[in-house]
Design a protein around this ligand. Structure first.
Ligand code: MG
Ligand code: ZN
Length: 223
């Protein structure tokens, strides 16, 4: 038998600070949403761990949608501009947010990035969150939809180990389905785990590398 030590709320020493932070973030997120909404812009927040394919998904969506929408993107990363550069190759405006040590985007950083975009010139905005499956869930940015990208390479327990991000999302993209034979992951179990956490979430099986699931993601986003 193994013992389990659990942190009670009162034992997490920065709980008061983080409560204020989260409330302030939510307030700014609402402002972001109403500003973007006033310009008729649909905003999509893309979350997921590093290496799951957030950038590739956004690039594929931009490629398919750039004839129909005027698109911009915001890319979050600690220090690099690698992802922003990849998305910008599709000819859309991209604003990089370098968070330094912060492992998630927050509504204030997104507000700063939005100020750099001519909102009258766009009607679709993708936000690539920092590669992390934990705290982005707690920091709404003011988006209309939230996608979480997971990948078969993350193993069979990725969903049960990170329940919160699935509660707060609208669509899950299970990426890298092209590797299913090599990795031998039980995808039906992943789907079951997701549905148990959030029965309303839409699950799309995809391979952003070969284009599978991109149209289904677009349909799920109602774009
Ligand atoms: Mg990326
Ligand atoms: Zn974080």
């Amino acid at each position: 038998m193994r013992d389990v030590v659990k942190a009670d709320e009162g034992e997490i020493y920065d709980i008061e600070l983080s409560k204020d932070l989260i409330e302030e973030n939510e307030r700014i997120a609402i402002e972001n949403k109403s500003l973007l909404g006033a310009y008729g812009i649909k905003t999509i927040d893309v979350m997921g761990s590093i290496g799951t394919g957030k950038t590739t998904l956004i690039s594929s969506l931009v490629q398919k949608l750039k004839g129909k929408y005027r698109i911009a993107a915001i890319a979050g990363d600690l220090t690099t501009t690698i992802d922003a550069d990849l998305i910008a190759r599709h000819g859309v405006e991209v604003v990089q947010i370098n968070t330094g040590k912060e492992c998630h985007l927050d509504a204030n950083l997104v507000r700063k990035a939005i100020r750099k975009i001519d909102l009258s010139k766009i009607n679709l905005l993708f936000i690539e969150n920092v590669g992390n499956l934990i705290c982005p869930a707690e920091f709404p940015l003011g988006s209309d939809s939230r996608i979480v990208v997971i990948s078969l390479t993350e193993g069979p327990n990725i969903v049960v180990k990170h329940p919160f991000v699935f509660i707060n999302s609208d669509i899950v993209v299970i990426n890298k389905m092209d590797l299913i034979d090599v990795l031998d992951v039980d995808v039906r179990r992943l789907e079951r785990d997701i549905n148990e956490i959030n029965p309303k979430i839409r699950v799309v099986k995809a391979s952003c590398k070969n284009g599978t699931g991109i149209m289904e993601t677009i349909e799920a986003l109602e774009l």
